[in-house]
Design a protein around this ligand. Structure first.
Ligand code: AMP
Ligand code: GLY
Length: 421
């Protein structure tokens, strides 16, 4: 089977690695890929948000199966275009991808599905929104409706903060994404991520994870795309995961099917857990990054079979073979991230890191130049390991971090603290 993966981050490196563990994979191309992916697969430069270009490329390269990594091509309808041209594709349609692309759409679906989530209201003008938060009080959560690269959510501790956020959003700070604003009840609790493969009808859970959004040790400092993750998430017990599946994910799939926009792909449910009960914070229509890295290390080659079954409507009766293990990924980022940071600094010592079924350094933002690996993004490496316990996985991951020679990089030294303490 010839496989094309769209994307070029740590998530796509992990997806590529998992596909290569499966003997079905004959040829693997990743577009655009990165320096780490280039060591295991062919990389191609391609505009992955241009459906016609991806179709042309897939035809020219006899591609049998396409995995869409990031949300942007999904929101642009690239999966629809490819399916229209007869390709087997893992990833939802443009309409179904609205579960990530529009906060108010997700809330409407949750209401129709009677899925537990925060109470909410939608606003298209500033003044009624300002009045609403004044009446509701704080804490309260203000969200730009559209895709805002993870920055469109303000958890406001005071009414003033909430009103500033509302003025910023209607003032155009998030462009079109902020033309509508959703204001939500603040939910207390512990967050965890639940990953479920869907084929339009059937839902198959493939794992849980927790990430660390704040840049600094002790969960301090500004928010990032995620500084590390681990799987499984102890807070998502089997019982709570079952509740999330029965009360949130399955009813959502039913509503999506009834709307004529069945959901196919991975549904990433961000959950808030309080008093033993899960509520939905948000959906993403793709694997989490860096959560995918820990999931793939644990799943290995079966991930390809499962993604293919999802794409082809064959999930019913599929099972996941779980080892009773744990995985952790530590993100190494360029100093300054999530603010301004230098690009092009050299990373050494990578060749000393083991690469096997227990240890993988996935590249998130690197490029190769003259035999050197250079940092090309904010989050640069995802140093990932597996173990019988989370402590063992952490020990392996941090041993690799220590052997990487990159003075311009930094990392958090406490990934997994909640689960390890
Ligand atoms: P989202 O992009 O919707 O996941 O929001 C980003 C982060 O904001 C989440 O991961 C939560 O930590 C937080 N958040 C979002 N909505 C709420 C809510 N209603 N209550 C508490 N925290 C929230
Ligand atoms: N790590 C969070 C995300 O992928 O959205």
């Amino acid at each position: 089977m010839n496989i094309l993966i769209l994307g070029g981050g740590g998530r796509e490196h992990a997806l590529a690695w998992a596909c290569l563990q499966n003997p079905k994979c004959d040829k693997l191309i990743v577009a655009p890929g990165n320096a780490g992916i280039a060591q295991i697969a062919e990389c191609a430069s391609l505009d992955i948000e241009d459906g016609a270009a991806v179709i042309g490329f897939s035809e020219a390269n006899s591609i049998d199966f396409i995995i869409v990594g990031p949300e942007a091509p999904l929101a642009a309808g690239v999966a629809d275009d490819l399916r229209g041209a007869g390709f087997s594709v893992f990833g939802p349609s443009k309409e179904a991808a609205r579960l990530e692309a529009s906060k108010s759409f997700t809330k409407e679906v949750c209401d129709a599905a009677k899925a537990p989530t925060a109470a909410w209201k939608r606003f298209t003008e500033a003044q009624p929104a300002l009045d609403y938060v004044a009446a509701e009080g704080a804490p309260i959560v203000v969200k730009a409706d559209g895709l805002a690269a993870g920055k469109g959510v303000i958890v406001a501790e005071t009414v003033d903060q909430a009103q500033d956020a509302i003025r910023d959003m209607f003032g155009g700070e998030f462009g079109a994404a902020g033309a509508e604003v959703v204001i939500e009840e603040f939910m207390a609790g512990e967050e965890a991520s639940f990953f479920v493969l869907c084929d339009g009808e059937t839902a198959l859970p493939i794992g849980t994870a927790q990430d660390h959004k704040r840049v600094g040790d002790g969960d301090t400092g500004p928010n990032t795309g995620g500084m590390g993750a681990y799987s499984p998430a102890p807070v998502l017990t089997d019982e709570i995961a079952q509740m999330a599946l029965d009360e949130i994910v399955k009813p959502t799939l039913r509503v999506m099917a009834e709307r004529g926009t069945p959901y196919q792909g991975v549904l990433y449910a961000g959950l808030m857990i309080e008093n033993g009960k899960p509520r939905l914070v948000e959906y993403n229509v793709r694997f989490g990054d860096p959560e995918c890295q820990v999931l793939m290390l644990r799943l290995g080659g079966q991930a390809l079979d499962l993604m293919q079954a999802a794409a082809e409507g064959r999930l019913e009766g599929c099972t996941v073979n779980w080892a009773d293990d744990h995985a952790m990924t530590v993100v190494m980022a360029a100093k300054g991230y999530p603010g301004a940071y230098a690009k092009g600094t050299e990373i050494k010592g990578l060749e000393a890191c083991p690469e096997d079924s227990k240890n993988m350094v996935f590249h998130a933002g690197t490029r190769a130049e003259g035999g050197k690996v250079l940092a090309s993004g904010g989050r640069v490496l995802n140093v990932t390991a597996r173990g019988a316990t989370l402590a063992e996985a952490a020990e392996r991951a941090y041993a690799m971090v220590d052997s990487i020679d990159w003075p311009e990089g930094f990392y958090r030294s406490d990934i997994g603290w909640r689960a390890l303490s």
